[in-house]
Design a protein around this ligand. Structure first.
Ligand code: CTP
Length: 406
């Protein structure tokens, strides 16, 4: 899983996982592991059909506790007299993945004829449902109606994806990617303190073409920006990412605007900025672009007098700072080699920022292509902090805590 999905720190929160009878049931084991890695406690219920595909023992062995089976199963399964009501008493979210067409129908109509459907009906918190089934079952008018009904009933729906399914058919019906279900679940158990805020995040490198096959760029992976975008999304924000060329997966709730060059990123950001409340610029924008040689490939036979001239690129963050409205907030990042303090303070003032997070990329555990960062953080109110080496997910979470808001 990519680093920007590895959010942890949900200690003390419980998620209840429901598993129904689909071949995709084995993927619920990976979901369980990802939820446990986020410091969540997980309990589970397998329907009778679900338990034919994966065993309760597999869930118990990985750390789910308790694991419920059928409503009137043999004693000692952990369900007690009121197991059908239990998860509602202490779980922060219920996630049913995979959910069969049959389970969607039960949820849509309030049927409660087995342990999981009783638990779902009695559950007062956020309910996430991720279906998996044959494409013709998914397209059936009754399933379409049930799926719409689940939206009206307030379920958080994670759409299945398209592709080949186990029976050999092709179409929509495959269980959504793990990351999509995980993101929906983590969002359901996160504080929603950024709900209603529109957040723009720039990330990744820019790529400045020189000839038809070569470009000028840098090794930014976009991970820090992806963590900022994910943390804001989990906390309820409406997030738009303007991404240079990166290999990153985002949940469908995050809008991604792909760009290549600094000029394209500049144009996209200035278009979006007036409709945003906050922008966070993590992109490693190329400050200069080579004067283009032309659309074709430069041949080495012509390299005798090779010279590349560079032209300045616009400073995107500075341009957003110059047109910043009173209610808007701007976060900048600075990658320095050496002590970042003086440069962080200079850039905070020069670019009209509310918060600047700087790091020394020459230090181990900080900077490009690393899953961790050691940050020096300074804000417009004069607060100055130095943070230890932390996962970028944790840095992102703390920065959103740290940003002075109204
Ligand atoms: N930035 C930007 N557009 C640019 C250059 C930088 O939006 N053309 C943003 C970066 O995304 C980052 C901040 O400005 O949030 C600081 O970037 P950095 O590269 O550290 O600083 P520069 O302003 O480019 O200055 P220098 O290269 O001299 O350190």
């Amino acid at each position: 899983m990519q680093p920007h999905f590895r959010f942890a720190g949900f200690m003390g929160r419980r998620v209840h996982l429901g598993v129904t009878g689909s071949i995709a049931a084995y993927r619920a084991l990976d979901l369980l592991r990802a939820l446990l890695a986020a410091d969540l406690t997980v309990s589970a219920t397998l329907t009778d059909a679900g338990a034919r595909f994966v065993t309760p023992l597999s869930f118990e062995a990985l750390g789910a506790s308790p694991v419920y089976g059928s409503m009137f199963g043999p004693a000692g399964q952990g369900e007690g007299a009121f197991g059908h009501l239990e998860p509602g008493q202490d779980a922060a979210a219920l996630v049913i993945a995979p959910a069969t067409a049959n389970m969607l129908a039960k949820l849509a109509h309030g049927l409660a004829d087995d342990m999981l459907s009783c638990q779902a009906l009695a559950f007062p918190g956020p309910r996430i449902v991720a279906p998996a089934m044959n494409p013709r079952m998914w397209q059936a008018p009754a399933t379409r109606r049930n799926w719409d009904a689940l939206a009206d009933l307030g379920f958080i729906r994670v759409d299945p994806e398209s592709g080949g399914v186990a029976c050999g058919d092709t179409g929509t019906g495959r269980l959504a990617p793990l990351e999509e279900i995980l993101a929906a679940t983590l969002r359901a158990v996160s504080p929603q303190d950024y709900a209603g805020r529109r957040v723009l995040v720039t990330l990744g490198p820019t790529r400045e073409p020189w000839d038809g096959v070569r470009f000028w760029s840098n090794p930014s992976s976009g991970t820090m920006g992806a963590c900022m975008a994910m943390a804001a999304h989990l906390r309820g924000a409406e997030v738009t990412v303007v991404a240079g060329p990166v290999d990153l997966l985002f949940p469908s709730g995050i809008r991604v605007v792909p760009v290549r060059t600094a000029l394209e990123m500049h144009e996209a950001c200035l278009d979006l900025w007036p409709s945003m409340d906050i922008a966070c610029a993590t992109a490693a924008v190329a400050d200069f672009r080579p004067e283009p040689h032309g659309p074709g490939k430069f041949k080495k036979s012509g390299a005798g007098d090779l010279r590349v001239n560079f032209l300045p690129n616009p400073d995107i963050l500075k341009a957003m700072g110059e047109s910043k409205a009173d209610h808007q907030r701007l976060i900048g990042f600075a990658a320095e080699t050496g002590d970042p303090r003086a440069e962080a303070a200079r850039k905070l003032a020069a670019k009209g920022l509310d918060l600047m997070a700087a790091n020394d990329v020459s230090r181990q555990g900080s900077g490009f292509c690393s899953a961790t960062n050691e940050m020096f953080v300074i804000d417009a109110t004069g607060r100055v902090e130095s943070w230890p080496v932390l996962p970028k997910t944790e840095v992102a979470w703390r920065l959103w805590d740290h940003l002075p808001l109204d």
